[in-house]
Write a protein of this length. Structure first.
Length: 442
């Protein structure tokens, strides 16, 4: 048995792992965003030997490259949960549209259609149809997100995908206590410095910050992923407007946030019980607030020239999407605010702005950013302590492979996991493989 790390190794993005047991399994196939897009190192020859493809969740850094597998000759199934299938339909269509506009799509519409036709839907906590070694377990990251467990003859392998150890407004936290010999764990916030403040504190600061800008007559732009943070942030805003803690201003949804909201509503049985109850007592349905608006004018001037408002627009890392049009129109006014709520990968415009860049190129023009720039520490990922505890509390663990983390953080996490296990009298080996590395398991 072996694992080959084809992407997402000592980096965040293009997650992709090839596992060889009696059969070959490909785990996720994502895209890495940055100055230039990067893809996993998958060859045509490799695809000939792959029996199963498994998708942990819908985010593009895990799903974005899947249609290319069909272009390169794969003709089998892709196992995922139902909400994940619903969301990749949306996310991948949008991704392809943007890639086509840029003139460098990594695959065509036909390939995407093939993928969608070949998804094999699997419920949580039961063996996958036609692949009984595999089962999905809640990971608490976004709607439909799953840990993937493989019960091989030589031992159990657990891949966390992206996970959150903390309950969110919409989702239960990750399922813990699953026994595994080998663990492939994400490590987005794997450094000790990445300590997650309490959700209550983050929410308070977030609402205060928005209130300040609105009260002063400004507009707040929130770049957001279509799924995940988007819905969480939206429901947070909605509940604070309802309770009077935020002034009643319009919340504009631009990009795919609105469509994704429909998918969340259709898949409500996968959300927390409390949300399901709210939907049933329909006067409190957070999906149907009359505060939500969509821009009416094509050039969005009704929003940019209108009253104070809150704008939720994709994409979350500002590497495309309508959020750029808002920053172009509103970025020069110090009364406004750009408020980040999600992870900003190295090389993306969002990261550059967070790191202090104040002159950016948009639509062939140089824009000098005068608006206020802040970050709310919302997170749909486990933090350092959560990652260490998760590994430490996994029964039967022998080896941990650390993936989906910045180069600067992965070794620190490996050391801390080994130490925490040692304190409990257990010898666990943890390390962060490099891209292209092959590790033999048995
Ligand atoms: Zn994710
Ligand atoms: Zn991810």
């Amino acid at each position: 048995m072996e694992i080959k790390f084809l992407g997402g190794a000592r980096e965040v993005g293009r997650s992709c792992f090839l596992i060889k047991d009696k059969r070959s399994w490909l785990l996720d196939a994502g895209v890495k965003f940055g100055e230039e897009e990067q893809y996993p190192d998958i060859t045509r020859a490799m695809l000939k030997s792959i029996n199963h493809v498994v998708l942990s969740h819908a985010h593009l850094d895990h799903s974005g490259y899947l249609p290319a597998l069909y272009q390169k000759g794969y003709s089998g199934k892709v196992w995922c949960t139902k909400p994940t299938r619903d969301m990749i339909q949306l996310l991948l269509s949008d991704y392809l549209k943007i890639a086509n506009e840029r003139g460098n799509p990594p695959y065509g519409q036909d390939d995407l259609n093939k993928l969608l036709k070949n998804t094999e839907l699997t419920e949580f906590d039961e063996p996958a149809k036609g692949a009984p070694e595999l089962s999905f377990h809640h990971s608490g990251h976004i709607l439909g997100s799953a840990m993937c467990k493989f019960d091989f003859a030589g031992g159990t392998l657990l891949y966390t995908g992206d996970f959150s150890a903390q309950e969110s407004r919409l989702l239960e936290p990750v399922q813990t206590g699953i026994a595994a010999k080998w663990l492939i764990t994400e490590s987005t916030y794997g450094s000790k410095a990445d300590k997650r403040p309490s959700q209550k504190q983050v929410t308070k600061e977030f609402i205060d910050s928005i209130k300040q800008t609105i009260d002063a007559g400004g507009k707040v732009i929130i770049p957001t992923f279509a799924v995940g943070r988007g819905q969480d942030v939206l429901f947070t805003l909605e509940s604070h407007i309802k309770s009077g803690l935020l002034p009643k201003v319009p919340i504009y949804l631009d990009g795919m946030v609105k469509k994704a909201l429909k998918i969340y509503r259709h898949n409500a049985i996968y959300l927390k019980r409390e949300i399901q109850r709210q939907i049933l007592t329909s006067d409190d349905d957070p999906f149907k607030s009359d505060n939500y608006r969509v821009p009416e004018k094509k050039d969005r001037s009704d929003v940019t020239q209108g009253e104070p408002c809150i704008i939720l627009a994709t994409s979350g890392m500002m590497n495309g999407g309508p959020v750029l049009a808002y920053v172009e129109a509103l970025g020069g006014d110090a009364a406004n605010k750009l408020l980040f709520v999600g992870y900003q990968a190295e090389g993306t415009l969002g990261r550059k702005i967070l790191d202090g860049e104040r002159e950016i190129e948009l639509g062939g023009k140089t824009i000098k950013l005068e608006l206020k720039i802040e970050r709310a520490a919302f997170s749909a990922h486990a933090d350092h302590n959560d990652l260490v505890s998760f590994a430490r509390d996994t029964p039967g663990l022998e080896k941990v492979f650390i993936v989906h983390g910045d180069e600067s953080k992965v070794d620190e996490l490996a050391r801390d996991i080994e130490l925490a296990c040692k304190k409990k009298g257990r010898k666990v080996e943890a390390f962060a493989p490099a891209a292209g590395e092959i590790v033999r398991l048995v």
